[in-house]
Ligand binder design. Structure first.
Ligand code: PEP
Ligand code: MN
Length: 347
């Protein structure tokens, strides 16, 4: 349920409500808006009569949230949630571009890619150190060594780091190096991992599961939010369908649907959703045109020799061209691609 406070209500009024909510073994999540403060009350609220809170001092109205995802829903926060990622406000008017290799393979490969995506205008560097591979015989990632290389790439380029964490017990280690914790498609419903990411204060990039519905994605986000972490961005990365001409099927519909259902930022991954570098540009542009708040794109200096996902990785020149095109698409839909704080930085 939500308790919408009157404009100008006092801190003491919010505090006494919060205390009462906690005494009832429920959790209060407070959203301080520009005009109004809203208290999201979560837990088993079935036996709570909404009239009970509506007469408390400072309360304007009380309503039940009808959706199963509570804190992620627009019924809790009607505007857009946004949070900073190195100068860009993710979920704001600007489009965020995250780019880099599928996997961190070596120092040379990572630094070369990092510098190229920085020069092209990316706002953050992606790269997996812990890789969720279908085959146990495939390259599994460099682990902590890969995280160290990512930290070095951040030092060199200034770009914040987005990297995957696969296990709850790895959240502290990955958080030491990462600016954004990626939770991959295969782990979207790894509930202990969502719990651990919810307790960390790092921004979370949550990818849609390979066969997950939009509602399941939002319920996964709810796990992170309900454990206290408000910085969640959702990522459409293609779903499995009967179609075999692409690796996955980009559910472009998910972008406007999610934007309607949730206040959380929504980005799209055109690399995993197509599996083919030739389609990446078209789908990245479609994403921005459809209202996505950003894209995450795989880039590799020698895709032919990549240890993972070479077929869907753009060469740096093509990525740079794509960024220029995304600027135009963004403009056409009343948005912009922020100029990266690091674009002109010498290294
Ligand atoms: C990745 O980003 O490299 C990745 C493994 O993505 P997904 O979880 O979407 O397959
Ligand atoms: Mn990949």
């Amino acid at each position: 349920m939500i308790i919408v406070m009157k404009p100008g209500c006092s801190d003491a009024e919010i505090k006494s409500l919060t205390l009462r909510i906690e005494q009832m073994n429920l959790k209060a999540h407070i959203d301080i808006g520009e005009v109004r403060t809203v208290i999201g009350v979560v837990g088993d609220t079935r036996s709570v009569n909404i009239d009970y809170f509506s007469v408390w001092e400072g309360v304007e109205r009380v309503a039940r949230i009808t959706k199963p995802y509570k804190l992620a829903s627009r019924e809790f926060i009607s505007g857009h949630s946004s949070f900073p990622l190195d100068g860009v406000s993710v979920g704001g008017n600007e489009i965020v571009i995250i780019a880099g290799p599928c996997s961190v393979e070596s120092r040379t490969q990572l630094l070369e890619t990092a510098q190229a995506v920085r020069e092209a205008g990316a706002h953050a560097l992606r790269g997996g150190a812990f890789k969720p591979r279908t085959s146990p015989y495939a390259f599994q990632g460099l682990g902590e060594k890969g995280l160290e290389l990512l930290a070095e790439a951040r030092n060199v380029t200034g770009l914040p780091i987005v990297t995957e964490v696969m296990a709850p017990e790895d959240v502290p280690l990955v958080s030491k190096y990462a600016d954004v914790l990626q939770i991959g498609a295969r782990n979207m419903q790894n509930f202990p991992l969502l719990h651990a990411a919810g307790e960390s204060q790092k921004t979370v990039l949550l990818k849609r599961g390979i066969a997950a519905t939009i509602e399941e994605l939002l319920m996964a986000a709810e796990y992170v939010l309900s454990h206290g972490n408000r910085r969640v961005m959702l990522c459409e990365r293609g779903i499995r369908t009967f179609e075999t001409s692409t690796r996955n099927t980009t559910d472009i519909n998910a972008v406007p649907v999610l934007k309607e259902l949730t206040h959380l930022p929504v980005i799209l991954d055109p690399s995993h959703s197509t599996g083919n570098w030739q389609y990446v540009g078209a789908i990245a542009k479609a994403a921005v045109a459809a209202g996505a708040d950003g894209v995450i794109v795989e880039v590799h200096p020698n895709p032919e020799n990549a240890l993972s996902d070479g077929a869907q990785s753009l060469k740096p020149e093509r990525f740079s061209e794509l960024v220029s095109q995304l600027r135009l698409i963004a403009q056409a839909v009343g948005r912009s691609v922020a100029v990266s704080a690091h674009a002109g930085q010498s290294v």
